[in-house]
Write a protein that binds this ligand. Structure first.
Ligand code: BGC
Length: 850
């Protein structure tokens, strides 16, 4: 049977509202036959149709789409077997640039001048009649700050932190809500607007008012009645406003204070006023992945504290909010603090949150049962400490909040510690994909650190369909690129200054995100537009890197070295105790980065048909490789100054070739052995060390490192109880107690940092052996690497063409692998005895003696 298993528009297969003028479609087909391909596909949107054999990124080329319109797309696929299948998809257009019939409004009575804190939450109200029968109603809304809407007492939509975090000065997103069924004859629309990223205190310096001096709201309700008439209600001075609503305090780091004794009816409302913004961004229909509530977490343990409070342990570190069922008394105040770890005596550790108070405070509105869950802030935590209520009167749960990225990957093997590692990687992804890719969810950062997603993107793309999420963020990377080509270390910058203030400043591995993230996304999705829309940025970035590498003499002009303090070098390498030592390695990391990014940009140029650039960047990359070999090594695969990352990067990034590479891998293996198979790489080396070893004759060393449980290693974290990936390998001691940070990095230990979880890539591509040979897995390979005592492994990925899977086991001297090959793709299976066979779509089993 033939089935279209997925039809997407703009990479979404559920209902979306889009402002894309030419939305693009993709589909996957399933068949129980073998060697099936698509012979013909007909896509129809309204009266327009096209015939294609492509399955990815098929652009709509029909007459201009109209705003505010529901469109139905239909797809009919004919397979090589002659069978056909059909599938429909409905989507809607947003404003498509149509002018807003609404004005930005704010509270003219509120002046916000305090430093380091977030503004008072602002509440808007509009009462209106909708006297006739409503056929359809859409509410378009956005804000300076983050907003939550209630229509007739009910929350509108199910997302958190709208309108989302973007480079506000260039792009502001708006949401579209279908409120057809929520309207009554008389209506009350309430909008609570907190400071969020735009106005509130953000980044560790707690800079506020970066984008606007106070909150503002823009909303437009378009109602169509059954009699064919319509009405538009936009924000204007007839709306009411005040700063005395039930949200008493909201701050992304400090949490939320909510007083349920305050009712909207009794507020001192006054007229809103038109607000002039200091920015003029482009307004676009939200095109990321909305943050939503996912898993409901329940405590696994609790204990009383001497001061009468109770600590609850959820058994899992995550990002989100508590969800409390309270049996209280009117006016009773309940305080909840959040922490990732506990010290001795079960005391939650708040010190590592630095300035973030991470506190939710609720005042009961009535006597008796009531529910509270924060909606305008989030925390990263495993433990909570609760004051102000007896445990019998409280039922505790929590909601994991993260962007609604679709889970597409699964990995598992016979080693339970590795399975827990995989789970920890996934939890750290969830906790840090909160509208933008963040570094951590708990302390006073939660910023779009470029270096973290730069190294983690390939692993992320195994686990999730990252298209919408990362494309949204990449648009901001383009927009925030410095005129001279450098990429800010955090995107959006939003109050963080470095290196924005430095001309042409480029930071290896962090700035590299502008090449590596699009490349990872392209590998996973096959979408060339990802490359095209980021291409100019990549070229400008390489130019900036090249500038900084140009100060030496002779071959030294290709060694990229900066004064240590301006870079991150081998960030957090555990074999060197001080930050200045990690940073000082930037000569090696910088030069390898330039080799790697210029080689990638050359490849990308080739894909995009930019012949001259292809050659230019290939030449640059060859010169940089030569400089690394000539100046930093003995020319025979041995570094003059040896350290793990110093070998990993040139081995993995094509600086060493042939015999020299083999020798370098032997030298790396020696260093690893000397370190007792412990890891000594920082952010730049960690994702690639196992590949550098395993792909160059050092498989056994790679597996010993992967399965090592001594500190520092991936499985050490698992062994001593980690439920997420940590910023530092030694986050907990053998005694389970937290690390005391004394190296002057301001308590820099987060227990939810995905960067070193980049090893997930190795689990999929080598342990399970599932690897794309062509983007989007159009051609892929299943070539499991056996070792480490692992006797079975399986992985699957929902590729753009459908599910690709590898599932192998080793028993009684026989290796057996089952593979699944999606329609439209081809897979080469390579068995441990070296035999290989290529298959078209279908399910197959192959085996050999070992
Ligand atoms: C963050 C990172 C980031 C780093 C840059 C840290 O404070 O948490 O993960 O990449 O700074 O140096």
């Amino acid at each position: 049977m033939l089935k279209i298993s997925r039809l997407s528009v703009e990479n979404a297969d559920s209902y979306i509202v889009t402002d894309a003028a030419k939305p693009r479609f993709g589909y996957a087909v399933e068949s129980d036959g073998q060697n099936v391909t698509v012979k013909k596909a007909v896509l129809r949107v309204g009266k327009w149709s096209c015939e294609t054999t492509d399955q990815l990124a098929i652009p709509y080329e029909g007459p201009a789409l109209q705003p505010y319109t529901v469109y139905r797309a239909g797809l009919t696929v004919t397979a090589s077997t002659g069978e056909t299948a059909t599938r429909d998809l409905v989507f809607e257009t947003g404003k498509l640039g149509d002018a807003w019939q609404a004005q930005w409004i704010s509270d003219p009575a509120y002046t916000f001048t305090e430093k380091l804190v977030s503004p008072k939450p602002m509440t808007f109200r509009k009462r209106f009649a909708a006297g006739k029968k409503v056929a359809s109603a859409r509410l378009y809304a956005t804000a300076m700050g983050i907003y939550e809407l209630k229509l007739n007492g009910k929350k509108v939509g199910d997302e958190y932190f709208a309108p989302g975090f973007t480079s506000y000065k260039t792009t502001l997103l708006y949401q579209t809500y279908d409120v057809t069924d929520m309207l009554a004859a008389e209506n009350e629309l309430i909008a609570d607007v907190a400071g969020g990223w735009a106005v509130g205190a953000f980044v560790f310096t707690r800079k506020n008012r970066v984008t606007a001096d106070r909150q503002a709201l823009l909303a437009e309700l378009r109602v169509t009645y059954e009699d064919g008439t319509s009405e538009i209600i936009g924000t204007d001075p007839t709306w009411e406003v005040c700063t005395d609503g039930p949200y008493r305090m909201v701050d992304l780091y400090d949490g939320e204070t909510y007083d349920a004794t305050v009712t909207y009816d009794a507020l001192p409302w006054h007229a809103a006023a038109v607000e002039t913004l200091k920015i003029s961004p482009k307004l676009i229909a939200f095109d990321g992945e909305p943050v939503r509530a996912h898993e409901v977490m329940k405590p696994v343990k609790s204990w009383p504290m001497p001061d009468g409070s109770t600590v609850y342990d959820f058994g899992q570190n995550f990002a989100g909010v508590v969800s409390l069922d309270i049996d209280g008394k009117k006016g009773q105040k309940i305080t909840v603090r959040h922490a990732e770890i506990v010290d001795a005596e079960g005391q939650p550790n708040y010190a590592i949150l630095r300035s973030a108070k991470a506190t939710a405070e609720y005042t009961c509105g009535t006597d008796g049962k009531q529910h509270y869950s924060p909606t305008m802030s989030y925390m990263g935590f495993r433990y909570i400490q609760v004051w102000g209520i007896e445990p019998e009167k409280l039922e505790v749960a929590a909601l994991a909040l993260y962007s609604d990225i679709t889970s597409i990957g699964r990995f598992e093997c016979s080693n339970e510690l590795i399975n827990r590692l995989e789970s920890n990687i996934i939890w750290s992804s969830r906790s840090n994909f909160i509208d933008i890719p963040t570094d951590c969810p708990q302390r006073d950062e939660r910023m779009g650190w470029t270096g973290d997603i730069c190294v983690f993107a390939p692993t992320a793309c195994f686990h999730y369909d990252m298209s919408r999420f990362l494309n949204k963020w990449l648009r901001d990377v383009v927009n925030e690129q410095l005129p001279s080509g450098g990429i800010p270390n955090t995107v959006p910058i939003q109050g963080y200054g470095f290196p924005a203030t430095m001309p042409a400043m480029a930071v290896a591995f962090w700035g590299d995100a502008c090449v590596m993230v699009p490349w990872a996304l392209y590998q996973a999705t096959g979408d060339r537009q990802v490359l095209r829309s980021n291409y100019d940025m990549m070229k400008k970035y390489i130019k900036a890197c090249r500038f900084w590498a140009g100060f030496g003499v002779g071959k030294g002009r290709y060694i990229w070295q900066l004064p240590g303090v301006l870079t991150f070098g081998d960030w957090l390498a555990p074999d060197s105790p001080k930050m200045s030592q990690w940073q000082a390695r930037n000569k090696w990391t910088g030069t390898a980065s330039l080799k790697n990014t210029s080689a990638l940009v050359s490849k990308i140029a080739g894909i995009l048909g930019e012949k001259e650039d292809e050659k230019k960047y290939a030449d640059l990359s060859a010169k940089v490789a030569d400089a690394y070999r000539s100046l930093l090594t003995d020319g025979n695969g041995k570094l003059k100054t040896e350290f793990q990352t110093g070998y990993v990067l040139p081995i993995h990034m094509g600086i060493f070739e042939g015999e020299e590479k083999k020798k370098a891998a032997e030298n790396l293996a020696r260093l690893v052995k000397d370190a007792d198979y412990c890891i000594a790489t920082g952010f730049p080396g960690t994702p690639y060390i196992l590949f550098a070893l395993a792909d160059n004759g050092q498989e056994e060393t790679a597996f010993r490192m992967l399965t090592n449980t001594k500190c520092p290693s991936w499985l050490y974290e698992v062994r001593v109880g980690g439920t997420t990936i940590w910023e530092r390998w030694n986050g907990l001691g053998e005694d389970g107690l937290p690390l005391k940070v004394t190296d002057g990095t301001d308590n820099m230990i987060s227990y939810n940092h995905y960067a070193s979880g980049a090893v997930g890539d190795f689990l999929y591509r080598r342990v399970a052996g599932l690897e794309a040979v062509e983007p989007a897995y159009r051609r892929f390979r299943v070539k499991p690497l056996i070792g480490g005592g692992i006797t079975s492994a399986s992985a699957s990925v929902e590729t753009p063409y459908g599910e690709a899977a590898s599932d192998w086991k080793l028993a009684d001297g026989t290796f057996t692998v089952n593979v699944k090959v999606p329609v439209g793709t081809e897979c080469t299976v390579v068995l441990p005895d070296g035999t290989e066979q290529t298959y078209g779509s279908g399910e197959y089993t192959a085996s050999c003696a070992v």
